[in-house]
Ligand binder design. Sequence first.
Ligand code: DQA
Length: 148
Amino acid sequence: ATIIVMNGPNLNLLGQREPDQYGHETLADVEALCIETAKQYGHDIDFRQSNHEGVLIDSIHEAGRLIKEGKVLGVVFNPGAYTHTSIALHDAIKGAEVPVIEVHISNVHARESFRHHSYISPCATGIIVGFGVQGYALGIQGLVNKLS
Ligand code: DQA
């Protein structure tokens, strides 16, 4: 099956953006890591990034349809700053019944207090925080172990 890996706002800047927080690897490097990890389990990756909340919501709805058709296993999702603001993404995940592994590159709990709350966590299947970009690989492994 396919695993959808979704990235929210500003993650297209990965590698150049606050390297102390997020490291030097680019989003293209993360995509390669995800493809390599999924391949070990015989799965494919559909890798996405958007800076737009509505586009991310549409992707969650599409994931819900593809899961019901048996084409997609679930979603590994780094929602970026929408984590801390988006009731709409929370509702989309619930409404479309999509298994989501929430991933954060940095340890959000060791940072500003506005990063401590997540609207995504209550509807996430699992959460991976603070392991750098390796968290995406851990997210894929966790999703596969839990769902296939
Ligand atoms: C992030 C953490 C968020 O607080 C931040 O807004 C991001 C990236 C992370 O991966 O650590 O954009 O989701």
